[in-house]
Ligand binder design. Structure first.
Ligand code: G4P
Length: 526
């Protein structure tokens, strides 16, 4: 089948969002196991590296590159092609995570049953909300003592503002965990606690099936009471509301014991949206269009330490990618030469012959592809909704050898285009100020400047509290604002003006004094 519309309809492209330690890595692995993409548990590694100290982490990155195979994982499941996009585990690289979320059509949220909704999840949900990304929830670690399930749903509703519809419901918890009841199928799936293989799961049909009370005692009674409460609350599943990101179907399980994961995956492939239309500055691009288009949401460097290669990850938005086709870079206004593109099966990367809307392809990149780039067959359009987020940490770059200024600038420009850091050049002096979301980002930049550009640098503290992109509909007022605040103004890598506030008080006072100016904490990629 090679019709664009048919191929697009088969695709389900998603990412997992969670707070560290909730079980994202474990669930990823189990999804691949159930998807038949890997044979054995213990194959998905990589994120463990994030638990090491910075120096170890850097050495690890060097030794084996960031594990590419866990960046995008494609596997077929029930007549669908599932694309699972991985997001960095370490908070310091959350910008990467935010951008990855712009490339998916839905997300899966993992919540630790004992901890409930945690800070990182809240932040990631905010990003999902920017595009109304539909969310399916998985409450994990039911094999351990956790919080009452009703309380967890209540928290999701209150904190994340998502209406919850339980699809499965736990029968007991912790040592008393006996399984889950599937509300739509009216069937119990019983838990054996086997962590090591996908064992046959015993099922019992019917909530009121005889003998369950004797077999499961108080856990069964509690489940009956809770189901009754849920039915009274009227939380039926509504596909439209889920797709509109108003409602989240909730599954319970224990990823480590392979339990509840198959039901989750079945629900996911049935309900998750296929590739969606994408807004551009020119028009909406439909996935079913025959002409190819896509955008770059992530660049990964040093995938292969021997070859200094960089791979740009492109989300196909419309049409078909075919090996050898000529691609047009909208930013550069001309053709980009792509020797070959990669596709990602769970355990391998291989050259791709063709790719369809929803798929992610990896393009070898020699510095001519930047984050946010649109690649087309010639049409000029810019995909919207791939934001730059205002960084929270700032450093001034100090160059050890002044003769290396050119290399430094080249390196920083490139690292900026890869999304590794943000660079600000003040209007009134020659400083170079770097912005990042987490300190590890600075370490990586320093390391890569030395390793790839032969530039020794150090970074020192600078009195910048936050950066805000500024604009104003009235050019005269805007110029007056810029003149008045010249010493706190800078240009970012793309030439846009930024106000570098020295403190939150400074920012709010400047805002008050200039109500005509907009101070923005996100900016669309150029
Ligand atoms: P993350 O990617 O979200 O950070 O989480 P990860 O899967 O690495 O899981 C975090 C810890 O939680 C791991 O334990 C993992 O084994 C455990 N875990 C994941 N799912 C479940 C579950 O369903 N039940 C229970 N009881 N534990 C679960 P760890 O001790 O930190 O690492 P490890 O030594 O087990 O690899």
């Amino acid at each position: 089948m090679s019709n664009v519309a048919d191929q697009a309809l088969l695709r389900r492209t998603f990412a997992i969002i969670s707070h560290p330690d909730a079980g994202k890595t474990t669930l990823t692995e189990k999804l691949l196991l159930f998807g038949g993409a890997i044979q054995l548990a213990g194959t998905v590694k990589g994120r463990k590296a994030t638990r090491h100290a910075t120096s170890d982490w850097m050495a690890l990155e060097q030794q084996r590159g960031i594990s590419i195979t866990t960046s995008v994982m494609q596997f077929p499941y029930k007549d669908r092609i599932v694309n699972l996009l991985d997001t960095p585990g370490h908070e310091d690289f959350s910008e990467d995570t935010y951008r990855t979320l712009t490339a998916v059509d839905s997300a899966l949220m993992v919540i630790d049953a004992a901890k409930g909704v945690e800070t990182r999840t809240i932040k990631l949900m905010e990003v999902c909300r920017l595009r109304d990304t539909p969310i399916i929830s998985f409450v994990n670690k039911l094999d351990r003592e956790g919080r009452p399930p009703l309380e967890l749903l209540d928290e999701i509703e209150k904190v994340l503002g998502l209406q919850c519809t339980p699809i499965t419901w736990p029968l007991g918890m912790g040592r008393e965990f006996k399984g889950v009841y599937h509300l739509l199928e009216d069937r119990f799936y019983l838990y054996s606690g086997d962590k090591h293989r996908i064992s046959e799961i015993e099922t019992v049909d019917g909530l009121l099936s005889p003998g369950l009370g004797d077999r499961f005692g108080q856990s069964y009674q509690t489940l009956r009471d809770e189901i009754e409460l849920l039915q009274m609350a009227g939380t039926e599943f509504d596909l439209d509301k889920y797709r509109a990101a108003k409602l989240t179907p909730v599954f319970f399980g224990s990823a480590i014991s392979n339990f509840g994961v198959r039901e989750l995956l079945n629900g996911f492939v049935e309900w998750a949206p296929p590739p969606q239309p994408r807004a551009t500055d020119a028009r909406d691009v439909e996935p079913t269009e025959s002409k190819f288009s896509g955008f770059v949401f992530k660049i990964q460097a040093n995938m292969d330490p021997k070859h200094r290669d960089r791979v740009a990850f492109l989300r196909v938005c419309s049409g078909a990618y075919r090996r050898g086709m000529a691609l047009h870079s909208v930013r550069l206004g001309g053709p980009v030469r792509i020797s070959s593109a990669l596709t990602f099966m769970a355990s391998d990367r291989e050259t791709v012959e063709e790719a369809w809307p929803g798929d992610i392809i990896g393009l070898h990149n020699h510095g001519n592809i930047a984050i946010g780039d649109a690649l087309t067959e010639g049409e000029t359009l810019r995909f919207l909704g791939i934001p730059n987020f205002a960084p929270e940490l700032f450093r001034r770059v100090v160059l050890r050898d002044p003769l290396k200024a050119k290399q430094l600038n080249k390196g920083l420009d490139q690292l900026c285009e890869e999304g590794a850091t943000q660079v600000y050049r003040p209007l009134t002096n020659n400083d170079i100020i770097l912005g990042a979301v987490g300190t590890l980002q600075f370490d990586v930049v320093q390391f890569r400047l030395r390793d790839e550009y032969n530039v020794e640098s150090s970074f020192e503290p600078v009195s910048v509290h936050c950066a805000r992109w500024v604009d104003c509909p009235d050019p005269a007022l805007f110029n007056a604002f810029v003149d008045k605040n010249e010493t706190r103004m800078a240009r970012d890598h793309y030439g846009d003006l930024v106000y570098l506030a020295s403190s939150s008080v400074n920012l709010s006072m400047t805002r008050e004094r200039h109500p005509e100016v907009r101070f923005l904490d996100t900016k669309e990629h150029a």
